[in-house]
Design a protein around this ligand. Sequence first.
Ligand code: ATP
Length: 327
Amino acid sequence: MNELPRNDASNRVSTPKTDGAHEALARMMEPAGEPQRAAESNKPRNTRLGAATAAGMSTMTPLTPLTGASDRKVGEVVMSLNNLTKRFGQVEAVTEVNLELRQGSILGVVGPNGAGKTTTLSMATGLLRPTSGNVEVHGVDVWQQPAEAHRHIGVLPDRLRTFEQLTASQLLYYTGVIRGLEREEAEQRAASLLTVFGLETSADRIVADFSAGMAKKISLASALVHAPRVLVLDEPFEAIDPVSASELSHILLDVVERGGSVILSSHSMDLVQRICDRVAVIVAGELLASGTVDEVRGDVTLEERFRDLAQGTRQEEGLDWLDISFH
Ligand SMILES: Nc1ncnc2c1ncn2[C@@H]1O[C@H](COP(=O)(O)OP(=O)(O)OP(=O)(O)O)[C@@H](O)[C@H]1O
């Protein structure tokens, strides 16, 4: 059983004992050729996974106890978006976006509504064909060798498309099998992921009956089942309650500590600032800033920087006419 954090400053670095789920996630995320990392999974860690969900709910302070993202050591480039452009008829949704994701990094993509975040991430994962430009993951072109590329990528798409008439447990199992896992391995991983995401008690429920947040969690679990090296997550925190958001943050931190890499979009500057080491700001389809969070925000908060960049393209318009309604 996990040791639960106390509701004081001492829970900023909790030291949970590892449980079966944690071990399973460790095994799943283990990059080939680095067996020593598995042994390290027994060390006390600044992470909590789903097994303590219920008991932790009353005591966790969402989004506070995370280690400094800016100190994160990142490695080689694992995904590169090269001159990506997408046109929908007359609309140029994305214009020549260049981005790199490095191993062990969490890259946050931010931008106002309609900026082109989903379009960019959809092109990155092979869901949407670029008008021009290309995407490589571990040196494999996503559009030229889709099967090979998809072995490396786990995707949480914007609009959840899933086999929702399956139970949660079936969905994870079949996703694992489709992704090439042996049946027994798929079964084990499905059980582990249900625990990691705190969905054990909903294992036999039909996914169509899940709430928006639960549906997001099961989709995220599905994205992890084949232990991809790169996770591409479109708004993973949308519709997630603060406690689950905190747990999800820790899961993502666990993934990158184990050698994975994450690119995610979010509207929460606070969250991006806390868990991402790098950030990219897209406005009106163009990449206006990218780099470490500190580089991008400069001497203001990320939110202020974001507002400056986003408002630079927007016309001021008042609602003076609305006064009439209140007279
Ligand atoms: N299938 C499509 N057909 C036509 N236009 C599209 C299509 N998909 C996206 N667009 C347009 O491309 C632009 C970028 O949309 P996108 O969904 O990538 O923005 P976003 O940054 O993800 O927005 P949000 O934060 O609101 O989710 C918008 O102008 C949108 O209307």
